[in-house]
Design a protein around this ligand. Structure first.
Ligand code: SAH
Length: 234
């Protein structure tokens, strides 16, 4: 075997061992759903992080991606996915595609995933990765996800992977009867709660799941030169 092929094989084995260790850690932390653990096992997180971090892809930590954003910590991805109770007949709306890692996990569990991201470059890179993994039940769109994706309403499941200052009403309204929304809520970085909201009996029920730390959900889409569109201005 050539030296570079040997190095590649050793790297693969190293990543696999780290992945198995991570899966044990997630089980130990209370993630019990075998479908969620199976989806994490099948999804190569090393493809979703910047190349410089590939060796750290199976550490249970959030890592930086482009545009000052982060790929969530594997435990948080597992917790949110488990909390979403997504099944193979469900249509899922995701706000905050980011690297596309959470999207890939959802695509393995649900019928269809609609994912919205406000950064064009992040969205394009995520689409390429999902395509490369043969996950064809995902549709991505550039936009402000806080407004939802009204054309595809209603959704069985909605997941938000950025912290909303308050419960986003447009997303609650987009839920089908019996639908579930999982969203981190909190105006301050250090004071966010992961909430699960269900549409039941013509109303909504809310549960607090865990304290979390997410990058903020931001209104509007950045302009090409990096200046933000101020949606509050007339
Ligand atoms: N699930 C992603 C997390 C990315 S971080 C992953 O694991 O990689 C959150 C993402 O939400 C960022 O990419 C950010 O650009 C995006 N975001 C923030 N506000 C948004 C909004 N209003 N609409 C759509 N995407 C938004």
């Amino acid at each position: 075997m050539a030296e570079s092929a040997k190095a590649d094989a050793a790297r693969e084995t190293g990543l696999l061992q780290k992945k198995l260790r991570l899966l044990m850690e997630l089980r130990g932390a209370g993630i019990a759903d075998p479908r969620v653990l199976g989806a994490i096992e099948k999804t190569p997180r090393e493809r979703f992080v910047p190349a410089a971090f590939a060796d750290r892809a199976y550490e249970n930590v959030a890592l930086p991606i482009d545009e000052g954003q982060t790929i969530s910590q594997p435990y948080v991805v597992a917790l949110m996915t488990e909390a979403l109770l997504a099944g193979e007949r469900h249509n899922v709306l995701e706000i905050g595609t980011g690297s596309g890692y959470q999207t890939a996990i959802l695509a393995r569990l649900a019928r269809r995933v609609f994912s919205i991201e406000r950064h064009r470059e992040l969205l394009r890179a995520a689409e390429r990765r999902l395509e490369g993994l043969g996950l064809h039940n995902v549709v991505c769109r550039l936009g402000d996800g806080a407004k939802g994706w009204p054309e595809q309403r209603p959704y069985d499941r909605v997941i938000v992977t950025a912290a909303a200052p308050q419960i986003p009403q447009a997303l609650c309204d987009g839920l089908a009867p019996g639908g579930v929304l999982v969203v981190p809520v909190g105006a301050h970085h250090r004071d966010q709660q992961l909430l699960r909201i269900r549409r039941i009996d013509g109303g909504f029920s809310t549960e607090e799941l865990a304290p979390v730390r997410f990058v903020p959900l931001i209104e509007g889409v950045p302009r090409a030169l990096g200046t933000k569109v101020d949606t509050n201005r007339p």
